[in-house]
Design a protein around this ligand. Structure first.
Ligand SMILES: [Ca+2]
Ligand SMILES: [Ca+2]
Ligand SMILES: [Ca+2]
Length: 106
């Protein structure tokens, strides 16, 4: 916290994944003050947790912006030939790949 301030922002990034899930939750709490404690005559830490819910984008309703439907991340499923030039009696092989629209393997 900057000196002379009585509040400071704390931000926790959440991951935008491609999986269908239920609403996820996490708790965050303060548990100790380590630096700058000597600025105050006495410090008491309130360790009450704050719960945050993460709404999955598979739910079309966005509680933070009800007028805008959730964007759904796409996964591309593709069949790729591995060994497609075989002699009779051998096995031809293929693989199925999953990538997002940026081409990142999922
Ligand atoms: Ca997503
Ligand atoms: Ca998730
Ligand atoms: Ca998800």
């Amino acid at each position: 916290m900057p000196k002379g301030s009585s509040e400071a922002p704390v931000e926790v990034a959440t991951k935008d994944d491609v999986y269908t899930e239920g609403t996820e939750e996490f708790d965050i709490a303060l548990n100790a003050v380590t630096a700058g404690k000597d600025q105050f005559e006495n410090v008491t830490v309130d360790d009450t947790a704050v719960t945050t819910s993460i709404t999955d984008e598979s739910d079309p309703y966005n509680p933070n912006d009800p007028d805008t439907p959730n964007e759904k991340d796409n996964v591309n499923v593709k069949l790729v030939g591995v060994d497609t030039d075989v002699t009779e009696g051998e096995s031809a092989t293929y693989k199925v790949t999953l990538t997002d629209d940026a081409g990142t393997t999922q």
